[in-house]
Every structure is written in structure tokens, then in C-alpha cells.
Ligand binder design. Structure first.
Ligand code: G3P
Ligand code: MG
Length: 358
């Protein structure tokens, strides 16, 4: 990915534009940068001081590790200094639910460290679905056949605070289940989530009340390392929902976050405004005092998935301008029919050119 930016350089002027980069299929494929994405990002920093020149952030539906760690990982892979504020993951909006579930038992699942993500947001009684399941003998009848699992139940207690460990998990109702990132063991997760959801939060019990169910995103497919798209969290949601609705008399109630939800773009805009003020008034380590809002003329959403990235930017409206790459989910020769981007990148290989004129 090569970004040729005609960046205006007056150091004391607020940038009139900002950029939101999708990660999978635009910046990275797996852990490998796509094309010249590191070079492109470098251009958004001042050559001499190294401070941020153009406000930008990563707007990904992926996740599984806290934003602080993702920022450090991205900095390493892309060779620029990325602040955690610039990393918005699918699960980042979960922190807005803290007031509701701070002291309640909540279960989190997905690749990476879903319980760590939740406890970093402040949830005091968040436990991974894997550890939760280990408290219920034979809850997953297929577990003995899963020869690839070597982990002993709940051995790694260091990731939990005392408050999680000090009560009997099997006697307290789960108030909410969070799919933080792409689930690893679909059969176990679907089984245990169905148990939680149709028992009022305590597997084995009977209750009419369904605990809350949250998904970080709803991508049906996404671009990973394999040449064709991989099934994403939306595919898992369809599987869970269909099974739950087939075994339970009331349909599954759930909320999905992530792009293309309009609030994700609103939130991105307000973070970009904070970054805009930092680009001219302070560096990223500076405070947020004396921040003034300057409206953007344009906010570029650069993504590879028409029904997620482009749909979201189109719904968000002004000042969003959508750019569709051909390095990920979308490989078409002409613009997408249902969700056409404002601009389609001109090359179909991994190196595409985006010209942003200011
Ligand atoms: O699991 C990741 C996937 O859902 C999409 O990530 O960066 O393309 O929004 P991204
Ligand atoms: Mg993508």
C-alpha cells in the first residue's frame, strides 16, 4: 500500500483532513505489511521531529488484545510510533458498557486474551469462556477428543484479579457474554453460550431471562493470509443465532458493534479531532488540555470490504470520503455495485496508490 499524500505542511495550521485505515486487507495481511504501507504511514509524521503531522487512526473490526498492546505490536510491524489512542478495535466500544457490568460476572471469548481485554477496560468479574467452561464437568462432550488442547483448566490465575477468583463461578449468574474477537473453538463456544443464554446465565438451570449478548463486530468474511477470504465473527454469529433459535422458543437478542455502525465513525471522528489538536499543539505524550475543535473538510476511510468499511463511511456521510482498495476482500475491476466507494484504487495488486490532495 503506497500513500502518496500531498500533505500541506504549514506547521501551525490544523490539518483539514484525517485518515482512518482499516487494518486487515489494507495495511496488513496476517502480520505482514501490504505493499509499502510502512512507508506510507511514515509520511504522516514530521521528518525532523518525528511527531504526528496528519491525524490518522486504525479502525479495525479485529481485536483480541488490549489497545495498548496492539499499538505496540503495530508500531513494531510498521516502523512508526503508534499511540494506543490511534487504535480503535471492534471491541473498543465495550468499555462504554462498564457502568452496567463493572461488578457483574461476564464471560468473554475469542482469539487472544479476551478476559484481559475486558479487565483492562475495568470489568472486575470478567472470565474467559474457556476458563468458565472448565468449572462445569462435561459441559463440552467433545473436549476429550480435542487432542490439540494442552491447557489445564484455570492454571493461569495471574491474569485474574482476586475479585474474580474469590467467588464460586458456578453459583453466580452470568449477566452478559462478549465475543471479543474471532472465536477459536466454535463447537465449545456455541454449546456453552447456548447453555448460558437459555438458562438465565447459569448452565443447567431454567429461566426465561436471556443474559445480554454482545459481538465486537459482524464481518461475515475478512482477508487473512490465505488467498481467499476467511469466515469472520459475523459467520460465528449466524451459526450461534441459528442454533440458538432452533433449540429455544425465543429468538436470540444481541448487539453487534464495529464498522459499519455509524457510532464507530462518530467516535473515530472525535478521536481524530483530538489527534488533530495534538499534531499542532503538543506531541502524543502531551496533555489534552487547551484542545480546540476544528472541523475536518474530509475524513478518508480506506478499507477493503465494501459492506463494512465503505457502507459505514457512506452511512456516516460528510465529511467521510471512502476509498476502496483491491488488496483484501474486494478484488473487482469496477466499483462495487451495492456500496460503491467515492474512490476505487487503481491497481489490483498489493501496491495501490491513493492520492490525497489537500
Ligand atoms: O478479524 C478481523 C476482521 O474481522 C476485520 O478486520 O481490520 O479488516 O476491519 P479489519
Ligand atoms: Mg479489512
Amino acid at each position: 500500500f503506497r500513500l502518496i499524500a500531498h500533505l500541506h505542511s504549514s506547521p501551525n495550521r490544523h490539518s483539514s483532513f484525517g485518515i482512518a485505515f482499516d487494518i486487515d486487507g489494507v495495511i496488513l495481511r496476517g502480520r505482514t505489511p501490504i505493499g509499502d504501507s510502512p512507508k506510507a504511514l511514515k509520511r504522516l509524521y514530521d521528518d525532523d521531529s518525528g511527531s504526528l503531522k496528519i491525524p490518522y487512526l486504525f479502525l479495525t473490526n479485529g481485536g483480541g488484545i488490549p489497545e495498548t498492546r496492539r499499538a505496540a505490536e503495530l508500531s513494531r510491524l510498521l516502523g512508526v510510533n503508534i499511540d494506543p489512542i490511534q487504535v480503535v478495535q471492534g471491541h473498543s466500544p465495550f468499555k462504554n458498557l462498564l457502568a452496567r457490568f463493572e461488578n457483574e460476572l461476564v464471560v468473554a471469548t475469542g482469539k487472544g486474551e479476551p478476559a484481559v481485554v475486558m479487565s483492562e477496560y475495568g470489568f472486575k468479574k470478567a472470565i474467559s469462556l474457556e476458563d468458565y467452561a472448565s468449572y462445569f464437568n462435561n459441559i463440552d462432550p467433545l473436549a476429550p477428543f480435542k487432542t490439540w488442547t494442552t491447557k489445564q483448566p484455570c492454571t493461569d490465575k495471574s491474569k485474574y484479579s482476586e475479585s474474580v477468583l474469590s467467588f464460586d463461578v458456578t453459583s453466580e449468574r452470568v449477566k452478559a457474554a462478549f465475543v471479543v474477537s474471532d472465536p477459536v473453538d466454535w463447537s465449545r463456544d456455541i454449546q456453552v453460550l447456548c447453555d448460558i443464554l437459555r438458562s438465565g446465565g447459569l448452565p443447567g438451570e431454567k429461566s426465561e431471562h436471556q443474559p445480554h449478548m454482545y459481538f465486537a463486530a459482524d464481518d461475515l468474511e475478512y482477508q487473512a493470509v490465505f488467498p481467499s477470504e476467511r469466515l469472520g465473527m459475523g459467520a460465528f454469529r449466524i451459526a450461534l443465532e441459528n442454533i440458538f433459535n432452533s433449540i429455544h422458543h425465543k429468538p436470540l437478542k444481541y448487539t453487534s458493534f464495529g464498522k459499519p455502525n455509524p457510532f464507530v465513525f462518530k467516535n473515530a471522528e472525535s478521536i481524530l479531532m483530538q489527534l488533530q489538536s495534538l499534531t499542532s499543539d503538543a506531541d502524543l505524550n502531551g496533555g489534552y488540555e487547551n484542545m480546540k475543535s476544528h472541523h475536518f473538510e474530509t475524513l478518508y476511510m480506506i478499507g477493503d470490504n465494501p459492506s463494512v468499511d465503505i457502507k459505514g463511511a457512506r452511512q456516516a456521510g460528510h465529511p467521510w470520503f471512502s476509498i476502496l482498495t483491491r488488496t483484501g476482500v474486494f478484488r473487482g475491476k469496477v466499483n462495487h455495485t451495492e456500496y460503491p466507494a467515492d474512490k476505487l484504487t487503481v491497481q489490483s495488486n498489493a501496491c495501490c496508490y491513493v492520492i490525497i490532495a489537500d
